[in-house]
Design a protein around this ligand. Structure first.
Ligand code: C5P
Length: 349
């Protein structure tokens, strides 16, 4: 039986890589101001939410054992956050009462046109069919949270304003907003402020996924440590680089390959020196550019087309330096509904 037939909603959400990640100084709240170019690639998680008697999350797919099936799961937090927000809004701003005539009693009386809590909002079972590597610098957890917001919004027929979804997304994590948007976009603030960027072309990527993940806070902390050791205290406010903007405007994969930049790369390599060998191998085997994705440890190699991608994937696998090699094309669409129950605005009749 399909999710829609069971009364569920399925949302597909892509992984991301960062084409550019410029890290500013550490802020008082512990985060770092960033200027980043997010790029969604066609490697997806599918999230299905179904009404249930209690809040629950389950996983399937090759990485399922690496993600908690508990209340700590960010997707479950997203579902609860949207439910709370919708209930609070309904309580604060009940629909205006309608006047109805009651023939038996004569005079008019006031009847609320809507119950205090929107109907249908309640516990859901979130199922994550996971293909995005975990703790890999590809924002898989953030993607699941974004997809859950979109799925619950459709399931509960809330039609939440995009502004509100963005507010909730930012509360959940720095990369959640971009997973709602997808495509190629500039991120600023701690990454949660997402704006469109003029970008052309489709890009082919080979992703070398490491066996063991890296912790994002640990990589940012290592970046700070390396900067402190060098006495770098005057870190400029991060700005998008002209080279990256020109490469994206031109849709030129060679220029893009040359413009790839990640300020967290040095820190990721410092924590995982073994990645350097994989990076060198990818470039030696003909990639147009190679970079640590986000906080790593995934390495993203840009190639000039599908054949180049296949060649590089085979070469990396055969050389034994990378065990899990994937291919993906970007840009990809942000979180989007695949199916919804019949009769809802997004569902088929
Ligand atoms: O926002 P998110 O939960 O994804 O961030 C995880 C961690 O990564 C933060 O607790 C922080 O240590 C680090 N981080 C940062 N600056 C950012 C984004 C994340 O220092 N802009």
């Amino acid at each position: 039986m399909t999710a829609a037939a069971r009364g569920g909603v399925t949302v597909r959400v892509p992984a991301k890589i960062n084409l550019e990640l410029i890290v500013g100084p550490r802020r008082a709240d512990g985060y770092h101001d960033l200027s980043t170019v997010f790029h969604a690639v066609g490697l997806y998680d599918d999230i299905t939410v179904t009404p249930a008697s209690q809040w629950a999350v389950t996983l399937s797919g090759p990485y399922r054992h690496l993600v908690p099936e508990t209340g700590d799961n960010l997707a479950l937090k997203a579902a609860r956050l949207l439910a709370q927000r919708a209930a609070a809004e309904a309580a604060a701003d009940p629909e205006p009462a309608e006047e109805v005539e009651e023939p038996s009693r004569g005079p008019l009386r006031q009847v609320p046109s809507k119950p205090e809590e929107p109907q249908g909002i309640g516990p859901v079972h979130v199922h994550i069919a996971k293909e995005i590597p975990v703790a890999a610098g590809m924002a898989g957890g953030s993607a699941d949270a974004a997809a859950t917001l979109v799925a619950c919004d459709a399931l509960w027929q809330l039609n939440t304003d995009r502004e509100v979804l963005d507010e909730l997304a930012a509360e959940l994590g720095s990369d959640v907003n971009f997973a709602l948007t997808g495509g190629t976009a500039i991120g600023s603030g701690r990454g949660e402020r997402v704006a469109p960027v003029l970008s052309r072309g489709r890009y082919h990527w080979v992703l070398a996924v490491a066996k063991e993940g890296l912790s994002t806070p640990a990589v940012f902390a290592e970046c700070d440590r390396l900067r402190d050791d060098r006495g770098e205290h005057d870190i400029p406010d991060p700005q998008p680089s002209p080279d990256m903007m020109a490469a994206l405007r031109g849709g030129d994969s060679h220029a893009l390959g040359a413009a790839l930049r990640n300020d967290l790369q040095e820190a990721a390599l410092s924590l995982r020196p073994d990645l350097q060998e994989v990076l060198d191998a990818g470039l030696e085997y003909g990639a147009l550019g190679g970079i640590v994705s986000g906080s790593g440890p995934t390495l993203a190699f840009l190639v000039d087309g599908p054949e180049g991608a296949l060649d590089l994937a085979v070469a990396l696998t055969a050389s034994g330096v990378a065990s899990d090699v994937k291919r993906a094309v970007g840009p990809a669409h942000g979180a989007h509904v695949l199916n919804a129950p019949a009769g809802t605005p997004l569902g088929r009749k």
